[in-house]
Design a protein around this ligand. Structure first.
Ligand code: HEM
Length: 363
């Protein structure tokens, strides 16, 4: 007891007796990161977590000024950008970090996929991850409408229209999302509630589960390097300090992006105005949007759009169930078919996103 007191000081000992610091310390010391040629991918989850924390912090600050009604939303954002000290910075960091977070999420997901880190016993880590991907996209979709500007208004109109084409439940989903038949102030209030309460609560829960599982199973070693002599690095402090360097670089990038390309506001939404040309969803929805554009009106008597939506639904389900379908990886054998599927999905997303921007730029 006395030895502990001198090693850590009386405050540490006091707190340890109350919250069990020594146990937490033991847990932190036990955590190790495998070192091999793919170690770099282990930074992506932590980077996503950091960007999520930035979103929560800047989001709370935005809440102090934002007003969630069709009459005041646009003006409150305008006031924030022009009058509130550093308001433009907070809003721009929130907008850029959202994009970066979705980007790091995509990279995290696909690196985990290609390294087959979803192998048993990490199936539920993967499943919780796919759910987080869906939640992140929900954040993007609902947040986009909140400034109540022209582009966001019409993008939401188109986006919710697509939901309306979902078989059987489409009409119900459309009305549920819009809070009526049209995109109105009711939609804004709904999206606001989802964006600032429902999604943060769900995401916090699922991130908690995800991190618990990561902690419980430790980091996986990819099959290809599992046979080599095992080298590890302690998580605290070696890997964590490297994580922090990454986070500081991310902060610097965010600051540069926000300063040189601050978030725009555009014109206030006018439901009676004609839709502006070149309505675009956010880049991470672009591959789906562009696919729906390319589909013919009817395929084998069924509406092309409906087939497309069902196709993406099934694709999402396939992704969710991947650890249970990839039986070879589950047995610890290489599974080139699933690697190929992963590569094809990445190539498809990149190509359709590229076409989404270049094709609409020429119109
Ligand atoms: C808000 C979203 C997410 C956060 C904050 C997050 C966070 C993390 C963290 C901190 C780790 C440990 C370090 C690492 O491997 O990078 C991790 C591991 C993991 N994540 Fe995520 N993640 C998220 C989304 C996802 C998604 C979308 C997937 C895939 C569908 C996924 C699947 C996994 C798996 C399977 C592991 C274990 C990797 C291994 O043991 O090698 N996560 N995640």
């Amino acid at each position: 007891m006395d030895a502990e007191k001198t090693a850590h000081g009386p405050f540490w000992t006091w707190l340890d007796q109350r919250v069990g610091l020594a146990e937490i310390q033991k847990l932190a010391r036990k955590k190790e990161i495998p070192v091999h040629r793919h170690t770099v991918w282990y930074y992506l989850g932590g980077m996503t977590l950091f960007l999520f924390a930035v979103q929560v912090g800047t989001g709370i600050l935005l809440l102090f000024y934002y007003r969630p009604s069709a009459e005041e939303a646009y003006e409150s954002v305008q006031f924030l950008m022009a009058e509130v000290e550093f308001g433009w910075l907070i809003r721009s960091v929130h907008a850029w970090a959202a994009n970066l977070m979705v980007f790091t999420l995509f990279v995290h997901l696909f690196s985990v996929l290609l390294l087959k880190a979803y192998r048993p016993p990490r199936e539920l880590t993967w499943v919780s991850g796919v759910v987080l991907m869906g939640l992140a996209m929900g954040f993007g979709f609902t947040g986009y409408l909140l400034p109540w500007n022209e582009l966001a208004y019409f993008a939401t109109k188109v986006g919710t229209e697509i939901t309306g084409a979902v078989p059987v439940m489409g009409r119900f989903l459309l009305r549920l999302l819009r809070g009526g038949d049209e995109v109105t102030g009711a939609t804004l209030t709904r999206f606001y509630g989802i964006h600032v309460a429902v999604l943060p609560a769900l995401t916090t829960l699922v991130v908690g589960l995800h991190l618990f599982l990561v902690q419980r199973h430790g980091m996986s070693t990819p099959l290809g390097v599992a046979r080599a002599p095992r080298r590890v690095m302690p998580f605290v402090p070696n890997f964590l300090l490297r994580d922090i360097v990454g986070w500081l670089v991310a902060l610097a990038i965010l600051a540069v992006l926000a300063a040189f390309m601050p978030a725009e506001l555009g014109k206030k939404a006018d439901p009676f105005a004609a839709a502006p040309i070149g309505i675009k969803p956010e880049w991470y929805f672009m591959f789906m949007f562009q696919t729906l554009k390319y589909l013919p009106a009817h395929i084998a008597g069924i509406e092309g759009e409906i087939l497309g939506i069902v196709g993406f639904g099934l694709g999402g389900l396939f992704l969710l169930l991947m650890p249970f379908l990839d039986r070879r990886a589950a047995r610890g054998e290489p599974s080139p078919l699933f690697t190929a599927i992963g590569v094809v999905i990445i190539a498809y997303i990149l190509l359709l996103t590229y076409l989404g921007y270049t094709a609409s730029a020429t119109k």
